[in-house]
Design a binder for this molecule. Structure first.
Ligand code: FMN
Length: 209
């Protein structure tokens, strides 16, 4: 029996697969329905245990090989990254049948133009998360949002948010590897690209899926 054979242009084309990978990644910044909008971001703790969590992708730059996320500067992931910058980012796009695994190094930026702009262009509602009194992950004797009582269920204004800017951080991932897995009945395709700093370019190759 022959399997259905409608395959995309990038199926056997390494360069086009790379283009498609970036196209899927970048779509997550503006398209809330794109699976790339909510990747799983992995960090490693002091014991070497990996920790994954969903984060909203805020920016993706192919030229700079960076992804930007927003987080609390007091968060556990921020502490982990200060000890060990190793990071992975995972996306599965069901419609495209593509898994993208990225790895690299991440750091958090609490000050500077980029973090300032990221803060000021976020909605007040999104910035309310950073009003939590205790750091995220702090044990609580009762169920709690962590927010001060007076802002529960409300949207803060700019003046009310000013004091909480220090809790906000941009988490920047510098991508060093990208792995691609395209699922097809006729045969899967897997590829890997490694950033080569000496050549200032990506080095790609096919892998057996
Ligand atoms: C849909 C969704 C989106 C989320 N977006 C973010 C985000 O953009 N930034 C963030 O720090 N946490 C986000 N979270 C919460 C994280 O998954 C995680 O629970 C939290 O950041 C604490 O992680 P940590 O203890 O490893 O620092 C999101 C969770 C969900 C379910």
């Amino acid at each position: 029996m022959n399997l259905p054979n409608s395959l995309p242009d990038y199926y056997d084309d390494l360069a086009l697969s790379f283009e498609e990978a970036w196209s899927l990644i970048v779509a997550g910044v503006t398209n809330r329905n794109s699976p790339s909008h909510m990747p799983a971001v992995g960090t490693v703790d002091a014991l070497g245990v990996p920790h994954m969590r969903i984060m909203i992708l805020r920016d993706a730059s192919r030229d700079n090989r960076t992804l930007r996320f927003h987080t609390d500067s007091r968060s556990i992931k921020a502490e982990q990254l200060s000890q060990n910058p190793a990071t992975s980012v995972l996306i599965y796009d069901t419609a495209a049948k593509v898994q993208i695994r990225m790895s690299g190094k991440a750091h958090v930026e609490t000050t500077g133009d980029m973090a300032d702009t990221a803060w000021s262009t976020s909605t007040p509602f999104a910035r309310r998360c950073y009003m939590a009194v205790a750091a995220p992950g702090t044990p609580s004797v009762k169920p709690s949002s962590g927010l001060p009582d007076w802002i529960e269920g409300k949207q803060p204004d700019e003046e009310q948010l000013v004091n909480y800017r220090a809790n906000f951080a941009a988490l920047m991932v510098e991508i060093e590897t990208i792995e691609w897995l395209y699922l097809a009945n006729v045969g899967h395709r897997r590829a890997h690209w490694q950033w080569d700093p000496a050549q200032n370019q990506w080095a790609g190759r096919w892998l057996i899926p």
